[in-house]
Design a protein around this ligand. Sequence first.
Ligand code: PLP
Length: 449
Amino acid sequence: SDPLPDTAQGILAEDRAHLFYSWSAQRQLSPMPVARALGSYFWDYDGNRYLDFASQFVHVNIGHQHPKVVAAIQRQAERLCTVSPAFGNDQRARAARLIAERAPGDLDRVLFTNGGTDAVEHAVRMARLVTGRPKVLAAYRSYHGGSHLTLHMTGDPRRWPIDTGAAGVVHFFGPYLYRSAFHARTEPEEAQRALAHLEQVIALEGPGTVAAVILEPVVGTNGVLVPPEGYLAGVRELCDRHGILLIADEVMAGFGRTGRWFAVQNWDVVPDLITFAKGVNSGYVPLGGVLMGPRVFDAFADRPYPGGLTYSGHPLACAAAVAAITAMSEEGIVENAAHLGAEVLGPGLRELSERHPVIGEVRGLGVFWALELVRDRDTREMLPPLGAPGGPPGPMDELAAACRKRGLWPFVHTNRIHVVPPCTVTEREIREGLDILDEALSVIGSHYR
Ligand code: PLP
């Protein structure tokens, strides 16, 4: 066949003629072809280097092109590229063991999926079948995936264009002290009132109709919302009281992002099901899964589980997971995320907020942080407001462009910059990124104060 194009223009000629992009207005796109990547950086075809403070879609936890993961995929490709999930496979079994060994409590079995969306689909299906109940309670300000069910569970504007209502999906408010739905002024107040609210939702929906409560232990795309002390334990207790399963959606928060293997381990809470993807193998080959304990496993010990996927536990993806998890352990990558988050990244971002009044709040842990930007610190008016995706360019586009021009690739969402570098990021790279953010915030700060 023709040789591959080796310039951005050549790639874009084919790309613009034949590709359909997810989440996008097709004619308004100007995608940047990426030529290569290494560690915390990637390069375009003009040789410009970008510090990846987004970890792509918050999934390259181990950094780009980790040599041990690349080599494991190469070895596996030579030996056995694919085999159906009905057969046993060494990489799949090893990946499941490594994940189970790091999981909280009694969670020790894994159903592998292709990504996060289908992990959430299966977790909800399991909860419904185990309890015999129809409903799932999901939080406003959440993202759970792009399929029909999971997008209906999602509590953000991405749901709006497709929302026809999904049977059995009910939304509740989680804690978010900066914009408290409960008029709380302190963290303990927010935790206690958010729990009282959830308790009422359960009571009024009918506890006997609720199969599961699903939440992101640290809410990801909707703002890096770190739960106040006692909230997750309180949800666990409510679920136990009513025979409801607790699903922790750790697709974004899991595998090192919060400085622990799983985010729930920051609060010693053990859910019934954990959904994961992204960081499990940093997306070198697509992989997700559901981690479950005996309550769920035993329900399918003697009756078939109704569901599966052709690529469930794909050998290339699982070989990448084995290598990624092993390297993360051997190289102290999760500890690196915890340490640099607490000692360098968090303090650095707080320092930025002292200089830039456009920053309303700084929050996060590990390598999972957000700057929430406001027009006015007193009123907390969002810059820009919550809205459906699309619309004319505004201050956040200007901020992103200012970052990119200086060699930083940011994660921008609504009125926030999420600072989510790979877990392998170094102190020098963090300082480089903070300096660029400082300059970019000065550029927009002068217009939007
Ligand atoms: N759940 C959460 C918390 C996520 O952040 C995401 C993706 O960002 C998903 C589910 C969906 O995962 P995927 O895009 O791999 O299907």
